[in-house]
Structures are given as C-alpha cells and as structure tokens.
Design a protein around this ligand. Structure first.
Ligand SMILES: NC(=O)c1ccc[n+]([C@@H]2O[C@H](COP(=O)([O-])OP(=O)(O)OC[C@H]3O[C@@H](n4cnc5c(N)ncnc54)[C@H](O)[C@@H]3O)[C@@H](O)[C@H]2O)c1
Length: 358
C-alpha cells in the first residue's frame, strides 16, 4: 500500500504534453512538476495552466532536475529520441508518445539505453485504454476467441487533421503516425506471435495537392508466423467538415471459437448545435454537427480529463507510485509496430512484399 512520491518532467508542452502535465498535476503521488518546450513561452503558459513548479526552454534542465524522477516525452514525432535517451541515461522512467521514433535505428538506440541502464520505458498507445479494446483483450486472454485467425480494421479521419500532423512532422505519415495505433492493437491481441510479412498498396491526391508526398489511403496485409492474417487500412482525407473530432475506427477479430466486432466510429453519438463546436486539435475549425466523443485522446468535464489519455497517464503514474499493473506498450512492442508501419510504407511505395526480420 506504500506510495512512492513522484516528480514529473513533461518535455513538449503542445496539445498532448499539456494534457499529460495537467493530469500529472492532479495525481496524488505527484509532488513536483516541471515542463519544457523548445518554445519557452509555451512551456511558461503550460506551467501557469497546470500549476507546474518550474518551466524551461531547455529540456535537459527539467529532465536532470533533482526533484524529477519520471519523464514524459510529448515532443513532435521527430523530436522524441534525444530527451528519451537523456532521461534513460539518468535512470528516470520514461513515458514517450507514439511512435517511439521514426527510424528503427533510433528505436534500437532507445531500447539499448533502456536495457543497459535498467530503466523502464513505456510508449503511449493510448487507444489500448479505450474500454472496448481493454475488454476485448480481456476476452482474448480468457480464451473466448480461441486461436485468432484474422483481424481487420480501418481508421479514418479528416484531411484537416492529417495536414495538421504533417505540418508538424512531414514524415509522420497517416501510416506511421495513426495506423500505428491499430498495428499496436493487432500486435497486442496477437501477443507472443511474430509478424512475418507485409504487403500494402496506397493511393491518393489530396495530400499531394497540399504539398505532402503521402497517400490518402493505405491498406495493408500483415501475415503472422502462425498464419494469422491482419488487414489494416487508413484513410485520412475525409472532407474537413466531416463530423470527426478524432479518428473513426472499425475493428473485427475472428478466432476459432469466437469473434469481436468493435464499432468505434462514434456514429451513434451526435451533437447538433447552432453554437459551434470547436475542434480540440485544429485551431479555428468549428462544426455544427459532430460525433460527440470521437476526440481521440478524450474530453474535459469539470476541469478533469476523461478518456484514453487520462486513463493511460493515471495508470502509468500509479504503476510508478504503487506498482499497479500497466498494460501500456513496451519499447520492444513499439519497435515491432514501427517496423511494420515502415514496411507498409515501403511496400506501398515499391509494390513489393516485405519480409520482416526473424
Ligand atoms: N495519445 C494520443 O491520443 C495522441 C494524440 C495526438 C498526438 N499524440 C502524440 O503526441 C506527440 C505530440 O503531439 P501533439 O499533438 O501534442 O503535437 P503538438 O505540435 O501540439 O506539440 C508538440 C510540442 O513539442 C514541441 N517541441 C518540438 N520539438 C521539441 C524539442 N526538441 N524540445 C522540446 N519541445 C519540442 C513543440 O514546440 C510543441 O509545443 C506526438 O508524438 C504525437 O504522435 C498522441
């Protein structure tokens, strides 16, 4: 029942870093909070909003702070590696946002540092914490699906959101940055079974017209060592006014003893108003109709945050403070997911089937 006191540094004070900082500030084990951003003013504003004790434009200053014993890295996708390595060198447990890195070489560097220093690191695949996927995993563990034969899934979102991500990290494509959630979920459901082969095709003109050499749609077939087939696709170029506040998803899992049909499209929850619904992710974009709880990270209510990023953050902090079980992705799982998403992009580009390393 003992609680270890935590001092948390949040590196990257953007959309998700701001959520993580405010959630950390509200956690009973957290006695100290520091935030940083390459944009010092942004870190300062977050410190004021979250009640953080210390803000800096220098990541190393918050990571090395003597009162910090846990580090959350919420920088843009191409800026994860340096702060993660620094925290691991100092032996401070890390939560890094997905994807762990954008190259396998960087992911390997992170894993090597975590293993040589014995420092725990988890990767923020927050969609695992949506209740439907947690309970699906529980049913799989209970054996109600038998042996998984196949999984199929599709994620979609608006071009407005896709372009917002590409503006931040031009190589964080809808496959590497978004389909990654569902490659992670597939790997989690098939835990212990290795992926062997990836084949994919992509097509599109919307992102190219906007100046990004990226497909609007990419669909992949991933084959696992036991023969299981996984078909995952992403379409991120819906019109900007489509009523998505985040991803729409459909996942189906078929096994020798049962199936899971998970409708995560949010089409059963509609908000219609003359007053304007702001999009949490895209400044200035407003709807009159929206799928109510489709915001991917979650929603605010009474100053508290509810949803996958909230549950994930609390579970990770509880894990450090009270040794609570933590179903977050490990660095090795996140590396496997990155390997698959990079292979999907390569296969879509070359038309070839990619054999994954054994
Ligand atoms: N779990 C989820 O639901 C979820 C949702 C969206 C994004 N994400 C992930 O969170 C991460 C951040 O995304 P976001 O939406 O918050 O982006 P964002 O652009 O809102 O924030 C990124 C922040 O990082 C800062 N930054 C960039 N380089 C930095 C550096 N070297 N040092 C310090 N600060 C730096 C930027 O100034 C910005 O404030 C990404 O990895 C993204 O994939 C997760």
């Amino acid at each position: 029942m003992e609680t270890r006191e935590l001092g948390v540094a949040v590196v990257g004070s953007g959309r998700i870093g701001s959520l993580r900082a405010r959630l950390a500030a509200a956690h009973p084990a957290v006695k100290f909070l520091a935030v940083s951003d390459i944009d010092r003013d942004r870190a300062q504003r977050l410190a004021e909003a979250s009640g953080a004790h210390f803000a800096s434009g220098d990541n190393d200053e918050v990571i090395a702070h003597p009162r910090v014993n846990a580090v959350i890295v919420s920088t843009s996708e191409h800026e994860h590696v340096a702060p993660v390595i620094r925290a691991l060198e100092l032996g401070k447990p890390v939560l890094v946002e997905k994807p762990i890195a954008l190259t396998l070489a960087d992911a390997d560097k992170i894993i090597a540092k975590a293993e040589s220093t014995g420092t725990p690191i988890r990767v923020g695949y927050a969609q695992r914490f949506k209740r439907r996927y947690l309970s699906a995993k529980d049913q799989i563990l209970a054996g109600r699906l038998g042996e998984i034969t196949a999984l199929t899934g599709r994620a979609c979102n608006t071009r407005a959101q896709g372009i917002e991500i590409l503006k931040r990290s031009a190589t964080a494509t809808p496959v590497v940055d978004v389909l990654t959630y569902w490659v992670d979920v597939a790997g989690w459901f098939l835990e212990g079974i290795r992926p062997r082969e990836v084949s994919a095709r992509g097509h599109g003109s919307v992102f190219r017209a906007a100046g990004f050499d990226v497909n609007d749609a990419t669909f992949a077939l991933i084959t696992y060592e036991d023969g299981a087939v996984v078909n995952l696709g992403v379409y991120f170029a819906l019109p900007a006014h489509a009523p998505q506040l985040g991803m729409g998803v459909r996942i189906e899992v078929f096994g020798s003893e049962g199936a899971l049909i998970l409708n995560d499209d949010h089409t059963d929850e509609l908000l219609i108003t003359n007053k304007g619904i702001p999009h949490a992710y895209i400044p200035g974009l407003e709807f009159q109709t929206a799928f109510l709880s489709s915001s991917t990270p979650g929603n605010w209510h009474l100053g508290d945050y509810w949803g996958p990023v909230a549950d994930e953050s609390r579970v990770w902090l509880d894990h450090l403070a009270r040794n609570r079980a933590c179903p977050m992705a490990t660095a090795r799982e996140a590396r496997q997911t990155l390997e698959i998403t990079l292979a999907i992009e390569e296969s879509a580009r070359t038309g070839k089937t990619i054999r994954l390393a054994a």
